[in-house]
Design a protein around this ligand. Sequence first.
Ligand code: EPU
Length: 446
Amino acid sequence: MDVFVIEGGRRLAGTIRVNGSKNAALPLMAAALLTDEPLILSDVPNLSDIRNMTRLLGELGVQSDSQKSEHGQTITHQVTDPTQSHARYEIVRTMRASISTLGPLLAKRGSARVSLPGGCAIGQRPVDLHLRGLEALGATITLDGGDIEAVAPTGTGGRLIGAPIFLGGPFGSTVLGTANIMSAATLALGTTIIESAACEPEIVDLANMLISMGAKITGAGSPRIIIEGVEELGGTNHRVMADRIEAGTYMCAAAITGSDLTLENCPLDAMMSAVDTFGHMGIHVDPIGSGNDPMRRSCVISKSGPIKPVQITTQPHPGFPTDLQAQFMALLCLSNGNSVITEKIFPERFLHVAELSRMGAQIHRQGATAVVTGVKELTGAPVMASDLRASAGLVIAALAANGTTIINRVYHIDRGYEHLEDKLAGVGASIRRANAEKFADSAMTL
Ligand code: EPU
């Protein structure tokens, strides 16, 4: 197991290119199951979650060929064996986004067996809305040995039947649930209306790709998506949208170190709530250059004066994203006042609080709310990564802390950030990856 060793206090300077989005890429890859033709995805980040999805698709009869390209990797997917429709627990337990294969498998093959994902470090994470949506499209769903078994209605030639579906739950809509139902409805008989659909930019990216495959979809990006089913979808060539969470994380890195940092390939149009919050904190995000694609801009992050405290409530898009909560909390640990952070998507997503406290942060959590009292400085310490974004928050804190921070279990970070240590070291941070055991040995001999 690897650790990150970070010496805090270095100013950063230079340029970081933002990768293609992991959370967009996963359901885009699953959509390869919807067509007999090749699906070519470019700017796919090279991450363990992506490798797991490739492995899962392989078991489901999809051959994937990856080639390194100017931006990330380009993966060509081609269904070669449509008889395999079982997403096994051994893979699903490594990655919850495996559930994204359920809708496409069912819609194209008439049946699917996908292991029911369990809870994870950030909460219980049920999939009841996914299942309700597929049932509304006529599927029969049963649970067998921990697997979801879904079968299309009889008398339709294995096709689902379009229907109006309300996809709202106690915490708003569901992102992967919307991706699943929208993908499944593309091949259904008749029209589907998804009401209370997720409005996340990753859903718009998926809809755009499905449309380029021949799907008839309107309204993606709004709470009402209308899908008119078609008989078949063709292949396509699609560039994955840029990663708004990776971009926001590097913005936090710049802000906490008081650095001017340039980001390329930044989906600013999908980041308005984060950019607005930065503004209230005295951190500026200024677009630069002549590029006019608001989803692939270059920008400079800079800070004037101390970090100001703010109130943040995580919400579905276009509200403040839960996936940036931990990174902003790290930043607010060094603000000059009291901030209030309320988590409305995953009320238990606060595992980073105890670890930040080990570094000298003053955070008082009560239920889904944390009050962060800014301190003058953080101190390096050994800490434990617990989930992807919590770990990113620890990296942010470590970049500004006095002394050395050792972050254990960085495999969590590797799930969502490609070569994070190289990217940060490339702009001047003191961060390196080390083998946990070797590092412990050498630390003992110091
Ligand atoms: N929910 C239900 N029932 C469902 C589905 C969701 O009650 O059937 C609840 C969840 O428990 C949660 C809320 O609805 O409280 C939202 O969950 P959602 O389904 O939208 O989450 P997701 O689609 O499983 C994606 C991202 C997450 C991100 C969330 C919220 C991917 C692969 N994952 O998960 O990303 O936090 O949307 O924006 O796209 C991450 O990247 O670190 C990450 C966890």
